[in-house]
Each structure stands twice: as C-alpha cells, then as structure tokens.
Write a protein that binds this ligand. Structure first.
Ligand code: ZN
Length: 134
C-alpha cells in the first residue's frame, strides 16, 4: 500500500532534458520565461506532470495560457506538452518551452548562500591595492 500517491512541489525541481524542444522554440521561450508563473510538479506513481501558467503578452487582461508537460520520471525527458494557445498543433509551443526553461532555471539557493557582493571592493580598487605586493 502506497502512503502518498501524489506529491506536488512548487520549487526544487529536477532538471528536464531539452531534446523535446527545437532550437527555434528554445529561443522564443527564452523571451517568454519571465511571464511564466504557478509552476508546479506533480509526482505520482510512474508519472510526472508539470503545470504552469503563462501570461499572454498580447493581451494582459485575458486568461493566461495553461501549460502541461508530461515528464518521464526516470529519464526526465518530456513525453508530451500541452498548451491552451492556438499554436499548440505540434505539441511544443513557445509557452511550453518557456515553462521548461523556468523549471530548469529555478534555483533554491537564497541570496545568503552566495558570496556577499555588497561590500566587496571593485575591480578597480583591487587593481590599485594588490595584496601581497609591497
Ligand atoms: Zn502555447
């Protein structure tokens, strides 16, 4: 007996393989990635589904596009893609590609995990006052 059949995560995504998307769509999706939100990954027995919403850049007042990606749970390859836009005839529109980009770009580190930069001397100052050289 399985204790939890479905698990939905909204962060800490695992990387998805890119081979489903053509280079032209990857280029278009790059521009749209900033309009993707509500990304969620639902993991069930044998299936992984990623859902997202993508704001329409042509009309902000209309409903956003709903995107779904079916992912192979072991290889993390995209099996199929679905979008509510009119261009979704071949299965991978720019909205689906943008959702893929957001999933792979998502980082779970906070700013305090990185080396601090706000008090670091500029490259010009570092060149003026080199350590170890008198
Ligand atoms: Zn679309």
């Amino acid at each position: 007996m399985s204790l939890c059949a479905n698990v939905t995560v909204m962060s800490d995504f695992q990387h998805i393989q890119a081979d489903f998307f053509c280079s032209e769509m990857l280029h278009k999706g790059e521009d749209l990635a900033q309009y993707v939100y509500n990304v969620a990954e639902t993991r069930a027995t044998g299936t992984v589904k990623i859902s997202a919403k993508c704001i329409r850049t042509t009309s902000l007042s209309e409903e956003p596009y709903n995107v779904e990606l079916d992912i192979d749970p072991t290889s993390r390859h995209v099996i199929s893609a679905y979008c509510t836009c009119v261009a979704d005839v071949i299965g991978a529109c720019k909205h689906a590609t943008a959702s893929y980009i957001v999933v792979n770009r998502e980082r779970t580190e906070s700013c305090t995990d990185l080396t601090k930069r706000w008090k670091a001397p500029s490259s010009k100052l570092l060149a003026l006052y080199r350590k170890g050289i008198l």
